[in-house]
Design a protein around this ligand. Structure first.
Ligand SMILES: [Zn+2]
Length: 283
């Protein structure tokens, strides 16, 4: 990592010297610049000319490094490590101009505790709150047994509150939602396809050890419990009773589940998830 940071060949102080001062108003505050470089998938948020290379960010006053990063387009929830002139700093570190700022993405998959000043401990709580456009993804993740809070017509404010109060990780395609200060943990989904999104989440949060397929209700996120056949006989068709022995009841909404004709579709979802996990463990 230090090696990468050291690879910044451009001298930030020369950026500062080259900064434009306000030509029209001699009393205007002086504009300062820093040299920023973003690593790995953080480049997804940048325009092409700023990706995978240093670029200057200019400002007046002494803004927090978090504000500079977000003004470049990167939500703070995507950031886990910031180095200013090679040293780890917190989001609130003030900038005065001339610094070299290296910004690294959230390393959910490995332990960087002791290095990062941005977070006290690595992000390991594995529950999510999804924005209201992600109903299909919510269902897929619940099939895998993941704890997913989702409601249709959830306003952004409510999603941010839930994340702040419960520590749930926000999943969204809306960068603006991730820039809200209440949102401490979140991830911007790159794909628009629910199956690809599921793969992204599995990889990003290294969830393979946490999969427990068919233990949650895809409809409401409640826990499924085995239920005796006699207790459901009035609620399922005679043919189903004849062909199935095992039934499950959602503790929250009372829906009944069994391994019927639709089950092969659900198994395909789990197979796809396992493939992602196999690729990860093999890499
Ligand atoms: Zn349910």
């Amino acid at each position: 990592m230090d090696e990468n940071a050291a690879a910044e060949s451009e001298d930030a102080s020369s950026q500062k010297r080259s900064c434009r001062q306000d030509a029209d108003d001699p009393h205007a505050p002086v504009e300062h610049c820093i040299l920023m470089r973003c690593y790995q998938e953080l480049n997804d948020f940048l325009p092409p000319e700023k990706r995978f290379q240093g670029f200057s960010c200019c400002f007046r006053g002494t803004p927090a490094v978090k504000d500079c990063i977000e003004s470049a387009g990167i939500p703070h929830t995507e950031v886990d490590l910031i180095l200013v002139d090679g040293k780890p700093v917190s989001f609130s570190r003030r900038l005065s101009g001339g610094e070299r700022v290296a910004v690294y993405p959230v390393f959910e998959s490995f332990d960087i505790s002791g290095t990062s000043e941005v977070r006290e401990k690595p992000l390991r709580r594995l529950s999510f709150v999804l924005d209201c456009h992600l109903g299909k993804l919510a269902r897929l993740l619940r099939i895998l047994g993941l704890d997913v809070h989702y409601e249709r017509n959830f306003p952004d404010q409510r999603i941010a509150e839930i994340s702040s109060r419960t520590g749930r990780i926000v999943l969204t395609r809306d960068v603006g939602l991730l820039k809200r200060s209440e949102v401490k943990r979140g991830y911007w989904l790159r794909s628009q396809d629910p199956y690809r999104q599921m793969e992204e989440v599995l990889r990003r949060f290294d969830l393979c050890k946490n999969l427990s397929p068919f233990t949650r209700c895809p409809h409401c996120n409640g826990i499924l419990e085995p239920v005796a056949k006699e207790k459901v006989q009035e609620r399922v068709k005679a043919g189903t009773l004849k062909s199935c022995e095992r039934f499950f009841l959602c503790r929250d909404c009372g829906r009944i589940y069994w391994r019927g004709a639709h089950f092969s579709r659900l198994e395909r979802v789990v197979r796809q998830a396992r493939q992602v996990c196999d690729q990860q463990s093999g890499s």
